[in-house]
Ligand binder design. Sequence first.
Ligand code: EPU
Length: 303
Amino acid sequence: MPLLPLGGCSNVVLPDVLEAVVLRAGDDSIQVIGDEAGKRVLRVGAARDWHAFVLWSVAEGYGGLENLALIPGSVGAAPVQNIGAYGRELQECVVAVHGHDLRSGEARSLSSEECRFAYRSSVFKEELGDRFLIRAVDFRLAVGGEPRTDYPSLSDWLARGAYGRSAQEVCRAVIDLRRERLPDPQTNPNAGSFFKNPIVTCALAEELLARHASLPVYRVDDERTKLSAGWLIEAAGLRGFALGPVRSSPRHALVLENTGGAGQDDVLALAARIREQVLDHFGVRLEVEPRVYSRAAVLEATW
Ligand code: EPU
């Protein structure tokens, strides 16, 4: 049987039966391993719950992870998709990733550059996809430091609530904001954003903006612009839309919720409908963000 490393399973869409030997890291330790340019370097076992680690780091007085609070999953899974929220991405504080190459059987440590982090992507999703068991991650965190709060939805939220500006307070604000805006996977099972925010040419973004003035756009570079997939889905009339036991969340159109008893096929049927409708309305092709596996533990390549 194939070997398949998995973490907390919050960003995968699995079939009812998976014919694989699932590997899960067991180490959830945290060790201080050094100081670098006034920052602390920590080694964290892959099995540690991500949010628990964020809370621990903030309580210990470290800065840098506060914007990434309440993201479900484990520390070992975080580098795979380079988790990100409210203007921060994991890659900014990762120094190295340690693990085992399951094909060669060798232990290997990758530097941050070797991880080839990109928007919701890394080498662990590409060349080393499903063949690398992450066992620990090294982080470089500020001791104290200024939280980053300029991301529009976070700065609006901070301005409206009674929050201070310390990392601990920003962490509290992010938790409240996520609880308000995103459905809780414990009560409304979901895999977070089901599609990536699409990156299109600036020319296409201009064309769409001329027709839809409220479309949120984020400039990536001189040629490319990131659009908001949630907005596109809502504007295509699908926010809250249900197909069988799966629906686009009424709270946030980009999140697909299992409303009871849904299997992988049900989830993929709604995802396909959303892609078609967004393509018809806007000429934009959405890319699925969580990883979708077949029964034989092979990554589905049809997306
Ligand atoms: N919007 C709508 N309708 C909706 C949902 C959103 O019009 O139903 C609009 C919002 O009004 C806003 C824009 O879309 O103007 C962006 O929405 P939001 O700030 O919620 O962020 P997002 O781009 O939809 C991304 C990440 C989230 C992350 C948030 C906050 C991706 C694919 N998703 O969502 O990450 O929490 O930013 O930084 O990049 C995840 O990856 O699973 C995830 C939840």
